[in-house]
Design a binder for this molecule. Structure first.
Ligand code: HEC
Length: 135
């Protein structure tokens, strides 16, 4: 078993080396190529027509819960649907409790930051999902 693990690791390393060589062959030094551009965070600029719970969600939650967000990344480890807006199984009371108390690596969101009324609107927006979209 240990040998298998070693062979797999060696194979991965060899693969990386091959990729690096390929990039160099194209005349583009790997050091300057850099990573691909990061997906842009979703802000109201991308959702100018959002109102109510959706607008509040974009304001308070989207920086962590849209593509490339910390919440999306961590939820992808335990959820088939990591984007909260794509979920069809989020109950509003669960969203409120998760936000107020924090859950896992998500910090608690206090009333001073998001009022009860606003959080309720966000929770109802998410509970009415899925809202589709790819962000
Ligand atoms: C600072 C980043 C951050 C912000 C802001 C944030 N979240 Fe989260 N959220 C997370 C992370 C990270 C997780 C995953 C926690 C884990 O699994 O460790 C999460 C998980 C959740 C979950 C649990 C989903 C599940 O099925 O387990 C809900 C619900 C949730 N967030 C709602 C919200 C709402 C509503 C807001 C806005 C009011 C919000 N979050 C703002 C980071 C954030």
């Amino acid at each position: 078993m240990k040998n298998v693990v070693f062979l797999v690791a060696a194979g991965l390393l060899a693969g990386c080396a091959a990729v690096a060589t390929a990039q160099n062959a194209e005349g583009e030094p790997a050091a300057q190529a850099g990573p691909p551009p990061m997906p842009q965070p979703v802000t109201m600029a991308q959702r100018p027509d959002a109102t109510g719970g959706e607008a509040l969600y974009v304001e308070y939650c989207a920086m962590c819960h849209t593509a490339n967000g910390m919440g999306t990344g961590l939820l992808a480890r335990r959820m088939d649907t990591p984007l909260l807006e794509d979920r069809d199984n989020l109950a509003a009371p669960f969203v409120v409790i998760a936000a107020r108390n924090g859950i896992g690596n998500m910090p608690a969101i206090p009333r001073g930051e998001v009022s009860d009324e606003d959080l309720q609107a966000i929770a109802e927006y998410l509970a009415a999902g899925p809202h589709g979209g790819d962000e």
